[in-house]
Design a protein around this ligand. Structure first.
Ligand code: ZN
Length: 423
């Protein structure tokens, strides 16, 4: 696809830039937010509501979708856009984060007697486990992750990586980084074979693809006449934990593989905010100017502006939707978002209210006088409080609506400030 990423303005003040990522399913203005659609849904919202809020992008979780309903089921109907009805810019992760957490948590879960998928094997190649749902053996290797993501059909795919836990030793972090680099090369090769197969019709000479993928590629009819492969873009993932030398080395390696986009992984896994920001700062000079940069799993409001300055274009984070379901709502009133030129405009603590607190029972004000969303124009704090106290499902929907609307407005404001060279 031509013009996958276009930058229209570089800030004179920092490495922040204004751009647009284009896919066949829609575009995403950058810097931009990718809402969590972990199991194939932005929780509590219909796709129609998603469009009404103005959400441009969704992030699907490969591990969850592979364990249920299975990548083949999604491929049968032509990919996740059709399956979920979310016909917007979509990203899928590699599954690496979950399968390695699963491997690490297995022992703890066994001790606690929790029900966890049964881990079969971890090797230099990946992870194998048995699904909780049906006992099926599921394997995650670089090639399998690519195959699953191909079938899921999101526009942006992530290379298979090992997300290093925190705190990790330098030795472990280096090993994990090297594995991630080897796997990236295998993902790139897989993509090249796949593309060659797609264009020439010749079966790939090297191994890797399962019969399932060969069938998918050679029988377009299984996808309602639309191959899901031709417009999927691969991102390599930078790892290296909290070590400056490793982060720089990894950034250099990953950027040199020429994937259409670059992602930064392994951050926000338990380290302090300063450590998290430092990691991105170390890599800032190595990040490409002509390709989009995604930061995996980060999106707390107070982090976003600082990270945009280092050249991060997109963020995905469960926080706005997860907080919403807990009754924690973002608030534009009295926050410093109204200010025009301060980088410390957002102090996380000033920006949230807990609607479950008793004080709101008698509060008939709008949730947020500075917000024009459907929720703030139609409902009072008292009503939202009531819905949450009674665990009415509408409460979760309204809270999610407002928090995601808030994120969209936050990014509008960030882009406005970058255009004015104030960030
Ligand atoms: Zn609102």
């Amino acid at each position: 696809m031509k013009d996958f990423f276009r930058v229209s303005h570089f800030s004179k003040k920092s490495k922040a830039r204004i751009g647009e990522i284009n896919t066949v399913h829609g575009k995403l203005k950058t810097p931009g937010f990718i809402a969590a659609a972990t199991k194939g849904t932005i929780k509590t919202l219909t796709p129609k509501q998603v469009n009404e809020i103005g959400i441009e992008a969704a992030c699907f979780n490969t591990y969850h979708l592979v364990t249920h309903p299975g990548a083949d089921i999604i491929a049968k109907v032509g990919g996740i856009h059709k399956y979920s009805g979310l016909n917007i810019f979509a990203m899928s992760d590699s599954g690496g984060f979950q399968v390695f957490s699963l491997a690490r948590n297995q022992r703890k879960a066994d001790v606690r007697g929790e029900e966890q998928p049964l881990l079969v094997k971890i090797s230099g190649d990946g992870v194998r486990f048995r699904s909780l749902h049906d006992g099926q053996l599921i394997e995650f290797t670089p090639e399998k992750s690519m195959e699953y993501q191909l079938k899921i059909g999101a526009d942006i795919n992530m290379a298979f990586d090992e997300c290093t836990y925190y705190p990790a030793t330098h030795e472990y972090a280096e090993d994990a980084m090297n594995r991630t680099h080897e796997w990236l090369k295998r993902c790139v090769q897989f993509r090249a074979r796949q593309r060659n197969f797609l264009l020439s019709g010749n079966p790939p000479r090297l191994g890797g693809e399962s019969q399932g993928v060969k069938n998918l590629l050679s029988s377009p009819s299984t996808n309602n006449g639309q191959l899901v492969t031709s417009d999927q873009f691969l991102y390599g993932i930078i790892q290296g934990a909290t070590f400056e030398d490793l982060r720089k080395k990894s950034a250099e390696f990953v950027v040199a593989q020429n994937t259409p986009g670059i992602a930064i992984g392994g951050v926000s896994v338990g380290e302090s905010k300063k450590e998290m920001r430092d990691q991105v700062k170390w890599m800032a000079d190595y990040l490409p100017k002509d390709r989009p940069v995604h930061l995996l799993g980060v999106g707390q409001i107070d982090d976003i502006i600082d990270l945009v300055k280092y050249g991060v274009d997109t963020f995905d984070c469960v926080e706005p939707t997860r907080l919403a379901r807990m009754g924690t709502l973002y608030k534009m009133s009295n926050n410093k978002l109204q200010m025009t030129n301060k980088s410390q405009i957002l102090n996380d603590k000033d920006l949230k209210i807990d609607i479950t607190r008793t004080e709101y029972k008698n509060n008939f004000e709008k949730l947020d006088v500075n917000c024009n969303c459907y929720v703030c124009t139609n409902f009072t704090k008292s009503y939202l409080h009531h819905l949450f106290k009674q665990r009415e499902i509408l409460g979760y929907t309204l809270a999610t609506h407002h928090n995601l609307y808030f994120m969209e407005k936050l990014f509008d404001k960030i882009r406005e400030l970058i255009i004015k060279d104030q960030i």
